[in-house]
Design a protein around this ligand. Structure first.
Ligand code: UFG
Length: 318
């Protein structure tokens, strides 16, 4: 039986990965310091080690009997990263370095890393391919790119097998026999959960209506979290010692903020209240993935569209 270490397994994406790995027949260990995750999101079939990726003893304990790692743990708020760049360097870069050091001692070579489209910055390319230039515009993107570079270098020096998955806008939820696993961030900054939190007295704020797009709001690529994790599980079978591979995971389609609000209103059967406000600092106008490489290399393609994302978020009650 293959045991996978899921770092950040109490978070939104990591907890869903844990559940799906268990359903796919893997054994799972979770390492999480519960700084932003939720203990009740961790599948009870997983072995849970409470601790930080900055703690070598916790890493050693968590890696016991594992043969591969899915590395989700990290800080992930763009705005916070601008205010606290040192924290992002420490947790994301130093934490990943310590994880790789502990994997080396334990003789574990396979790692799937949770990277981000934030590594690309504000590209002129649409869609964005893995060959597009990487020019992150905030400390969060810088730290994700530094870990990508670290993985590429450790593939050469230590012979690790690394796959870095660059996520676009992840959304949606998973129903389990114990209830729904959905986004539970505090504060919540993401568009889709915020649409469903909106009320007439606290409407969704639409950040910027003067963008160079057809309806003047930003365009993003929304991928269902279940498709995203299917991609991670497929990645486990393309590991090659001594290589670093980078793959975009998105839907390959772009939707404007207004289109996302309209889809949510249609699916929920009520109009989602919104108000137009100024642009949010650091937002690029358009981010849409080319997913041709992931389709070819992983034999993967997303199966769930924006309607399905909305239906699952509505059903989850998030
Ligand atoms: N938006 C609003 N109102 C909100 C929240 C978001 O109008 O209340 C808009 C944003 O301006 C943006 C779009 O909705 O145009 C999507 O915003 P999100 O915050 O949901 O997602 P981002 O595209 O900003 O962020 C995502 C990931 C980040 C990653 C970034 C760049 O969540 O981790 O893409 O790759 F860094």
């Amino acid at each position: 039986m293959t045991r996978i270490l899921v770092t950040g397994g109490a978070g939104y994406i990591g907890s869903i990965a844990t559940h799906m790995l268990l359903e796919a027949g893997y054994e799972v260990s979770v390492l999480d310091d519960l700084s932003t995750g939720h203990k009740d999101a961790i599948d009870t079939r997983a072995r849970f080690v409470e601790g930080s990726i900055l703690d070598s003893d916790a890493l050693t304990a968590a890696l016991s009997n594992c043969s591969a790692v899915m590395h989700f743990a990290g800080k992930s708020l763009v705005g916070e990263s601008v205010e606290k760049p040192d924290l992002y360097m420490q947790v994301n870069v130093e934490g990943s370095t310590k994880l790789l050091d502990a994997m080396k001692v334990a003789g574990i070579k396979d790692i799937v890393f949770s990277s981000s489209a934030a590594t690309y910055g504000q590209p002129g390319d649409a869609p964005i391919s893995e060959q597009s230039p990487t020019k992150p515009t905030n400390p969060y993107g810088v730290t994700k790119l530094k870990v990508d570079e670290l993985l590429a270098s450790r593939a050469v020096t230590d012979g690790i097998a690394a796959v870095s998955l660059r996520y676009f806008n992840v959304a949606g939820a998973l129903q389990t026999s114990d209830g729904w696993l959905a986004e539970r961030h505090n504060p919540e900054t993401h568009l889709i959960p915020n649409i469903f939190k909106a009320t007439p007295s606290a409407p969704l704020q639409v950040f910027g209506t003067d963008w160079p797009t057809p309806d003047n709001t930003c365009i993003r690529d929304y991928v269902h979290v279940l498709d995203l994790i299917d991609g991670h599980i497929s990645a486990l079978s393309i590991m090659k010692p001594g290589t670093y591979q980078v793959l975009n995971l998105g839907s390959g389609s772009g939707y404007s903020v207004r289109e996302v609000i309209d889809t949510a209103s249609r699916v929920a059967g009520r109009v989602m209240p919104s108000v137009d406000v100024a642009r949010r600092a650091g937002d690029p106008a358009v981010l849409v993935a080319s997913i041709e490489k992931a389709k070819k290399v992983l034999n993967w393609s997303p199966k769930r569209d924006l309607n399905q994302i909305m239906q699952d978020v509505v059903s989850s009650g998030a």
